[in-house]
Design a protein around this ligand. Structure first.
Ligand code: ADP
Ligand code: ZN
Ligand code: ZN
Length: 614
């Protein structure tokens, strides 16, 4: 019985000999009341029970919580802002109208502290604050940073909520029962009515882009929403995306930097390991193994990054060169030794590891290349005295699994940590003093033009989180190309210099942010039909009156993964020098595309400003 309301009508004088009971009925005339409120008002359980038995009151659902009214208290001691923080806060707070602000600050430079200060005038005005964080960054620690500071209700929104929780959070945001809304990308669609500020933390993070069904980039849409609602938007990162940096450098966004680390954190050291000609054991060079031994023997943890799941990315016949290939995709099977299985990373196909070559019958099958599973196995053999843990998508699918592993790492239960980039994001490991990026070359020479940017972000993120004041961290990068210009800029001078170089390269190649792309993907079981559809689409687009010399249409061409799960995949790329022109071309073309007879026969989608060109 959470709350109580009036029951049967009270006949006059019926409770005249029980004044307390009569008072209870009178109190409830203004509406239902919660049990806790009644007890605070002095109505004891026996009183309530007695009136209940007489039928004059009855239990009911609790009344909806009251809307949050403006105002707040600061419920913890807050640090005095340093000069750069104070500048950032003053600049952003100077204006409560639309403006886009990039806050670039190394890890630990106090970006979160800036956000907290920005909330004060917003909450004081009775407005709500919308804060977006990357998928993996939404931890109880993040939420508690805000909950500790302000005495206001907070709603949390993420994909792990069940329907009821999602609805409650949504209603709390809409009906102003939550003053702060924190969530992952879809929280952008919170129906807050009096938003005062939008903050996007780690704005470069890939999880802000939804890659399927309704494709959108939460950061870009957030800028649009802020403009519509005429409120400031703050993008924070230690490693801003090249798109955002370009906007800041060109003056479209206000550019604020925090260059000093707050507190007593120290910068990690770093070095390039030239592995040309060196013997590699599970992809690790002798100098790296020696440094690992050195750090481990001092009781420290070491962390190795390798962005390749499984035991090895291919299985080859030693006699004839046959490679185990997925029948349904244009891709090789990944070998999983632990499961004695071949798995395709592009469809659901899997099968037991064959004993013989399918081409020549030889039994000499061997794995090529190293994945995280192999790294884990080999390190367990090389360092039997230490405990090894692997963290990747294969073993963290279960709800809560990642949190449990992270906790175990914090408790020092493991000394050697192996992971894909999943391990880098948002986690602080003070006892990790050595971080190695095992295979830098695959990022430097990837056919995805964003791969070097992601490598640089990973490098800076891990460098910012390794070690602590008394034990500075060391970050090592293994490469066959130590002289590579982007790598040199990154390691010698840092992310800012890297980004200048990378932006120059993008400009020369007319890649984003210097041009705007849309990707029309099509797939189907009939290869010719798919290709045909895109040829027709191209004709439609080329007929656009907005077409000019600066617009280009590339393709149709087979997608980088030309067949997936039995379907043939093709793509067509539209390029335009600016967003407006791209949108105009697409707006005109889309109705015509929908009319194409093949549009109903093949599966197709349009990805505007794709993050992933596959
Ligand atoms: P970031 O979000 O950039 O990683 P935080 O805001 O989390 O940085 O700050 C890092 C640490 O430094 C936190 O423990 C924070 O409480 C502390 N801190 C931030 N600003 C200050 C300041 N001006 N004075 C003292 N400590 C600060
Ligand atoms: Zn063979
Ligand atoms: Zn497959």
């Amino acid at each position: 019985m959470a709350a109580i309301q009036l029951g049967e009508d009270l006949p006059a004088g019926a409770l005249s000999r029980a004044p307390k009971q009569e008072q209870l009925v009178t109190a409830l005339k203004t509406g239902s009341m919660e049990h806790s409120v009644l007890s605070e008002a002095g109505f004891t359980s026996p009183v309530i029970k007695a009136v209940n038995e007489k039928g004059f009151i009855e239990p009911c659902a609790p009344p909806p919580p009251k809307p949050w009214v403006k105002g707040f208290e600061i419920t913890e001691e807050k640090p005095k802002l340093n000069h750069e923080q104070a500048m950032a806060v003053a600049t952003i707070n100077a204006n409560s109208e639309f403006g886009c602000y990039l806050v670039e600050g190394v890890t630990g430079s106090g970006k979160t502290e800036v956000y907290l200060n920005l909330l004060e005038p917003v909450l004081a005005r009775g407005q709500q604050a919308l804060i977006l964080v990357p998928e993996i960054g939404l931890t109880p620690q993040t939420i508690s940073r805000f909950a500790r500071r302000f005495s206001v209700p907070i709603a949390v929104m993420h994909s792990g909520l069940n329907e009821t929780e999602r609805l409650t959070a949504w209603l709390d945001a809409r009906d102003n029962r939550a003053a702060i809304i924190i969530g992952t990308r879809s929280a952008l669609f919170s129906p807050t009515k009096q938003t005062g500020i939008i903050i996007i933390d780690e704005e470069h993070d890939g999880s802000y882009k939804q890659q399927d069904s309704f494709r959108y980039h939460a950061r870009d849409l957030a800028v649009l929403r802020a403009r519509e609602e005429n409120i400031p938007i703050v993008l924070g990162s230690a490693t801003p995306s090249l798109e955002t940096l370009h906007n800041a450098q060109s003056g479209k966004y206000h550019y604020l930097t925090l260059s000093h680390r707050a507190g007593n954190a120290v910068k990690a050291k770093h070095g390039i390991l030239d592995i040309r000609g060196l013997h590699l054991e599970a992809g690790l060079s002798a100098p790296l193994l020696a440094e690992m031994r050195n750090q481990l023997s001092q009781g420290n943890q070491v962390m190795l990054f390798l962005n390749r799941r499984g035991y090895s990315p291919a299985l080859i016949c030693h006699e004839c060169g046959w490679l185990a290939e997925c029948k349904r995709c244009d891709a090789y099977f990944t070998l999983y030794q632990n499961y004695q299985e071949l798995r395709c990373h592009h469809c659901t196909a899997q099968k037991p590891v064959p004993h013989q070559c399918e081409q020549c019958g030889s039994t000499q099958l061997m794995s090529v290349g190293v994945g995280t599973e192999q790294l884990e196995q080999q390190l367990e053999t090389l360092f039997p005295e230490y405990k090894t843990i692997r963290i990747d998508r294969d073993n963290t699918r279960r709800k809560g699994a990642l949190e449990n592993y992270l906790q175990a790492i914090h408790n020092n239960e493991y000394q050697i940590l192996i992971g894909t980039q999943m391990l880098a994001k948002g986690h602080h490991f003070p006892n990790v003093t050595l971080v190695a990026l095992v295979d830098v070359d695959s990022s430097l020479f990837s056919n995805d033009f964003r791969a070097p940017e992601r490598l640089a972000q990973l490098f800076v993120q891990v460098a910012g989180r390794a070690g602590r004041a008394s034990k500075p961290g060391l970050v090592l990068l293994q490469t066959h190309h130590p002289e590579h210009a982007l790598l040199q800029a990154l390691v010698q001078k840092g992310y800012q210099d890297f980004s200048v170089n990378a932006l120059t390269e993008r400009k020369q190649a007319m890649l984003p942010p210097y041009s705007y792309f849309a990707l029309l993907r099509a797939e189907g079981f009939d290869n010719e039909q798919v290709e045909q559809f895109l040829y027709q689409a191209r004709t439609v687009l080329d007929a656009s009156p907005f077409d000019d010399d600066e617009c280009a249409t590339l393709g149709p061409a087979p997608a980088p993964l030309a067949r997936r799960a039995g379907k043939f995949r093709w793509q067509l790329i539209f390029q335009a020098p600016n967003r407006r022109l791209l949108q105009q071309r697409l707006t005109i073309a889309l109705p015509a595309l929908l009319q194409l007879p093949l549009a109903k026969k093949v599966r197709w989608s349009l990805d505007v400003e794709p993050q992933d060109m596959n």
